[in-house]
Design a protein around this ligand. Structure first.
Ligand code: SAH
Ligand code: SF4
Length: 351
């Protein structure tokens, strides 16, 4: 909890909450629009130079607001252009973010928590335990810092165009802050990232999925990883509390507003979930008309007991699903040489 007397991070305000905040303090509410443009459009954080903003607001900013961004303490570049960042927050806790380039987009995979409480047995973040939720300002700070880094270090690169909540942490365990961050990402006066370019990934908390009805209609990804309860429970302890049937039912009951797509993430682990019986059961439980499966190769890390399947096995698995009518892609495993899967840079730092 941040105490009241400490400066309030300016990056935690949605446009409407900033308007309200200014009004309550006797300032003009349109100043919120000006401030949003300076910060998110011009990436100018030096409020003293904001030419069209009233002096008394700048005075207030100097006394009451924090403009501090997460600090990049480590970065790693993959041969495929993926860049992984380790950020340090104000309380010295660290989280990761990964920037993934593709033909016409630049995707930022960002973290929502320091560590994670879900404890999936294949995930490096799980080994770090849960420390705390990130604030919306810390999530917005990840994007702003990376866009500024791109502007300085990669002047020819586009800015981040897509957001995936697939870094460290379980977004549904921090939903109020993730909702504020998402609203800020989508604000047309600011980053202006459309809901179609934002994806929230979850391990499958039923109550949290139900709350998504009141969330901007972004794309949803469910980390499925096995169609069998027993195997899924051994990979993801959360499955013992919320069985596969309940999770799939919760997902199906989400209103499929225009443009919201639902993807099933399927991590392929050698000998665990890459067999013919997995193919057959997936075909049985998933709705063929709306489901899209994203196959991800398991990214091994020091100390992990699972193994990644071969390319051949990945292709075989995909083709088996496609031949039975499911839409399925092999997500190119980006950044494998820098262990870009969730939690792996932070662990490497600690080793
Ligand atoms: N907690 C959320 C979002 C963060 S994890 C969730 O679990 O969905 C984002 C994705 O990274 C998940 O699909 C997760 O299964 C995957 N992941 C975790 N560890 C991995 C590893 N070692 N190799 C490849 N993907 C991994
Ligand atoms: Fe948490 Fe997702 Fe990792 Fe599972 S895969 S431990 S839910 S971050």
């Amino acid at each position: 909890m941040i105490a009241d007397h400490l400066p309030k991070s300016i990056y935690g305000f949605t446009l409407s909450s900033l308007r309200e905040y200014l009004l309550e303090r006797g300032f003009a509410k349109y100043a919120a629009d000006q401030i949003y443009r300076w910060i998110y459009r011009h990436q100018d954080l030096d409020y003293s130079s904001w030419s069209n903003v009233a002096k008394k607001i700048k005075q207030h900013a100097s006394e009451q607001w924090s403009f501090q961004l997460p600090k990049i303490i480590r970065q790693q570049l993959s041969s495929d252009g993926t860049v992984k960042f380790l950020f340090e927050m104000q309380d010295l806790k660290s989280v990761e973010a990964v920037v993934i380039p593709a033909k016409d987009r630049l995707t930022l995979c960002l973290s929502t928590q320091v560590g994670c409480a879900i404890g999936c047995t294949f995930c490096n973040t799980a080994t770090q335990g849960f420390e705390r939720n990130l604030t919306a300002a810390e999530m917005v700070g990840q994007l702003l810092t990376i866009n500024r880094w791109l502007g300085q270090q990669r002047p020819d690169s586009m800015q981040v165009s897509n957001i995936v909540y697939m870094g460290q942490g379980e977004p549904l365990q921090n939903l109020p802050q993730v909702k504020i961050a998402t609203t800020i990402f989508m604000e047309p006066l600011g980053f202006g990232i459309s809901q179609r370019k934002i994806t929230l990934s979850t391990s499958g908390l039923v109550a949290g999925i139900e709350q998504l009805k009141d969330f901007p209609p972004v794309n949803i990804a469910l980390s499925l990883h096995s169609p069998f309860d027993q195997v899924r429970s051994s990979l993801m302890p959360i499955n013992r509390a919320h069985s596969l049937e309940d999770v799939l039912q919760a997902i199906k009951s989400l209103p499929l507003k225009a443009h919201r797509s639902i993807t099933y993430e399927y991590l392929l682990i050698k000998g665990i979930n890459d067999r013919m019986e997995d193919v057959q059961e997936l075909v049985r439980i998933l709705d063929h008309t709306t489901s899209k499966i994203n196959l991800i190769r398991y990214n091994q890390f020091p100390g992990s007991s699972y193994q990644a399947p071969s390319d051949q096995q990945m292709i075989w698995f995909r083709d088996q699903l496609i031949s039975r009518g499911l839409v399925c892609t092999n997500r190119a495993s980006k950044g494998e040489d820098i262990m870009a899967a969730c939690g792996q840079l932070k662990s490497a730092q600690q080793n």
